[in-house]
Design a protein around this ligand. Structure first.
Ligand SMILES: Cc1cc2nc3c(=O)[nH]c(=O)nc-3n(C[C@H](O)[C@H](O)[C@H](O)COP(=O)(O)OP(=O)(O)OC[C@H]3O[C@@H](n4cnc5c(N)ncnc54)[C@H](O)[C@@H]3O)c2cc1C
Length: 433
């Protein structure tokens, strides 16, 4: 590769970083893509791995393989520890320094426990494949543990699952858990009845799926209740420990729910890498960027995706926040890369405009809600739409085919094939795919 060419470093190969990398394919630049994992992950289907519906290779692809034909690209699997914008250096966890001419930071987000980080051990969240393996082991092992116990209250606490946070991930997790209990595990246990498991979805505000219209929130709640999920809105979680969750109720009272298995789907915060840029951040720790995803005073540094608090320049002159979803990250990643190429030619792209294609959330088998701006629908048609959209956006034909076959199998048999856990321990991490 020609060492004279400008060097673009991209941190993170999620949705934002991957799209930026693609735009730079064949351009007169050297590109170095750094990610701490060796794969690109399709996060929207991560809950399917956590609930044993899909195996990891169906939703993750090796970065090196995906981009093997991009001649101007070098892929490094490494943790980025800090960014020195004054010296134009990316610092790796092992102390190495990588100089750049242009930098695109797309390191995504992490869980936020709102200052209660000790809750994380008892209520893990879902962001990475490692998180999904851990959750899958906990969920399936809880039924196993209950089967071993003779004491009824103890059994019940192992058969009570609490999902905290009524956004799309919480709704998907709760709905799927209820289906596992009622259908997948039917006839498999002798001492417990898995269908008597309780799945609670706890939400602090007055409705689930707050990003959707209120009627759709109500439809989603009704669909969840139909498949056996208990939805608790206006309940704030004030404590989580190994054996349960403490709630603050709307009237101010408290309630304790005994449960060994909790899932955190309530809060996200930007990657801690944002802090090392030493620029203004919003309350979620996201970097406040301008209309080209640049940080103040540095037109060579771009921050995109879940790490950025970005705005869309609307036709009427107003500015709308870009939502923290995959289309937002993809479009911003493409914009940053195009702006780098434009700047190299002494031009500038028009200010970033987010193209909103709508929102989708699935609730379970044959149940979903869709808001496509001009039309809203729910139920079976929304579920079919959700299914095709998610298969379509998966990376690679092989993955699409695999997911399609797995889902068709699950649809007709109610089975979930990825149920192998290595050790029957509740709080053990699982490293298997
Ligand atoms: C469970 C779940 C379900 C979701 N469902 C949907 C959905 O249905 N629809 C939708 O549109 N959006 C959904 N989202 C949101 C969507 O996935 C994100 O908005 C999107 O992934 C953001 O893209 P990104 O490029 O900013 O970050 P990410 O895709 O998170 O990528 C960040 C990358 O950076 C790497 N990285 C992080 N820190 C470092 C570091 N220090 N050094 C090196 N590499 C690093 C990570 O390994 C990762 O590959 C979901 C998210 C989750 C977690």
């Amino acid at each position: 590769m020609n060492a004279e060419l400008p060097h673009v470093v991209i941190v993170g190969c999620g949705f934002g970083g991957l799209e930026a990398t693609k735009v730079l394919d064949g351009a007169p630049v050297r590109v170095t893509l750094i990610d701490r994992s060796n794969h690109h992950l399709f996060q929207p289907l991560l809950y399917q791995v956590a609930t044993a519906g899909l195996s990891a290779p169906s939703i993750a692809s090796p970065i090196r393989h995906m981009r093997r034909h991009q001649r101007n690209l070098t892929v490094l699997m490494a943790e980025v520890a800090a960014i020195d914008k004054a010296q134009r250096l990316v610092e790796l966890g092992d102390g190495q320094q990588i100089p750049y001419d242009y930098l695109i930071v797309a390191a995504g987000a992490t869980h936020s426990y709102f200052g209660n980080d000790h809750w994380q051990t008892h209520a893990p969240g879902l962001k990475t494949l490692a998180d999904a393996f851990k959750l899958r082991a906990r969920l399936l092992s809880a039924f196993e543990k209950a089967e071993t116990l003779a004491d009824q209250p103890a059994r019940e606490s192992w058969l009570t699952f609490v999902v905290i946070g009524g956004g799309p991930t919480g709704v998907e997790m709760a709905g799927t858990l209820a289906e596992i209990a009622r259908h997948t595990l039917r006839d498999e246990f002798r001492r417990i009845d898995p269908s008597r498991a309780q799945v609670l979805l706890v939400e602090g505000s007055d409705r689930i799926l707050a990003a959707f219209k209120p009627e759709q929130s109500a439809q989603a709640q009704a669909q969840l209740e139909r498949i056996g999920v208990t939805v608790r809105v206006n309940c704030r979680v004030v404590g989580i420990d190994e054996t349960g969750v403490d709630l603050q109720l709307p009237g101010g009272g408290r309630e304790r729910i005994e449960s060994h298995t909790k899932v955190w789907a309530a809060g996200v915060a930007a990657s801690p890498l944002a802090r090392t840029l030493d620029v203004p951040l919003d309350r979620a720790g996201r970097v406040i960027v301008d209309e080209h995803m640049n940080i103040p005073g540095h037109t060579e540094v771009y921050v995109v995706g879940d790490m950025a608090a970005a705005h869309s320049q609307e036709k009427d002159g107003s500015r709308k926040p870009v939502p923290g979803v995959s289309p937002g990250a993809k479009q911003a990643g493409r914009h940053a890369a195009r702006q780098i190429l434009a700047r190299m030619q002494g031009r500038s792209e028009a200010a970033f405009r987010y193209q909103d294609y709508g929102s989708l959330a699935t609730i379970g088998r044959k149940a979903a809600v869709a808001d496509l701006g001009s039309i809203q629908f729910s139920g079976f048609s929304a579920w079919l739409f959700w299914l095709f959209v998610h298969v379509y956006f998966l990376i690679g034909f092989r993955n699409r085919l695999r997911v399609f076959v797995d889902w068709a199998w699950a649809y007709f048999t109610f089975q979930r094939h990825a149920r192998i856990v290595v050790e029957p321990q509740h709080h053990g991490d699982q490293d298997e795919a």
